[in-house]
Design a protein around this ligand. Structure first.
Ligand code: ZN
Length: 291
């Protein structure tokens, strides 16, 4: 197989590269995510003339993933202005004339981690990102989980922490997991963005964030029986995040159902590929598009 194009479309930036392995992707281009037309035209300009067999796109959602559906390959009900019904797959396949693989950014990241990162050799695993929003992708028996739609793991129900009176900021559910733990929810509570938290504010934020996330991970653990849950995103880079999260999850699981694999919750880990997981996932999606 020749080279593959990989594209990660995020809410604020879009990354584009070509290669066959995450280690090849050192020359990734970064494009500001503006309007769909401007952004996708810049993606095409980066890849035109590069000898590629296919492209894989990992995009923010929600997206339509049902092959044969009239809206397949589009972003659907996003609140991001101008991106409702953005037809990504049609645009790129028309302009570049190669097969286009497509999935959510988090299903893509999960596939990348499965091939080269922290879930290598496993069949059931989940990738959760905690940043501006919370997203989760799942790979089951080696394939990304799709039904009517991809999983929406940011919108799980969580119980309120007794010391927390924040109302939550999910526009649909208020105090769902994303409503309580996303970067903007942290900024609402503390008046500074997550990376700027220090000392007692940092300690309080870590306690709250990890107590909610541990509830979310407990739900995921019991619902999907993953062999690995990878947690990425900006909030997961807070100092001490994983120690706090593991302690809170051990408390949440309370020794049930008694697997020694759950004992120290070492099945929860940071991404093996760091910030390259999405672009790595694009490579896997491109391979799948070739068949
Ligand atoms: Zn919600």
């Amino acid at each position: 197989m020749g080279s593959l194009g990989t594209v990660e479309i995020g809410g604020t930036k879009t990354l584009v590269a070509a290669g066959i392995h995450p280690d090849d992707l050192y020359d990734a281009s970064r494009i500001e995510t503006t309007t769909p037309e401007e952004t996708l035209t810049a993606v095409v300009a980066r890849l035109r003339g590069v000898d590629i067999d296919a492209i894989g796109v990992a995009a923010f959602g929600p997206v339509e993933l049902r092959h044969g559906h009239p809206d397949y390959g589009q972003i659907t009900t996003t609140p991001k202005k101008g991106w409702q019904s953005a037809d990504i797959v049609s645009f790129l396949s028309r302009e570049l004339d190669v097969p286009v693989g497509f999935d959510t950014d988090v299903n893509g990241a999960a596939l990348g981690e499965g091939r080269w990162g922290a879930a290598r050799g496993l069949n059931q695993f989940v990738y959760v990102t905690v940043g501006t929003g919370i997203g989760g992708g799942a790979v089951i028996d080696g394939s990304p989980l799709h039904g009517w739609v991809h999983p929406e793991l940011g919108h799980l129900i969580v119980q309120r922490h007794p010391d927390d009176d924040y109302s939550g900021r999910c526009p649909f559910h208020g105090d769902c997991l994303e409503g309580m733990v996303s970067g903007p929810a942290i900024e609402d509570r503390f008046g500074v963005s997550a990376p700027d938290l220090v000392e007692s504010q940092l300690a309080t934020a870590l306690t709250l964030v990890t107590s909610y996330l541990a509830q979310g991970l407990r739900n995921i653990t019991y619902a999907l029986a993953p062999q690995r849950i990878i947690v990425g995103g900006g909030v997961a880079k807070l100092p001490g995040f994983f120690d706090c999260l593991r302690d809170a999850l051990i408390e949440q699981l309370a020794g049930y159902p008694g697997l020694h694999e759950h004992g120290d919750v070492s099945f929860v880990s940071p991404p093996g590929l760091g910030d390259r997981a999405g672009l790595a996932g694009g490579l896997v999606l491109a391979e799948l598009a070739v068949g």
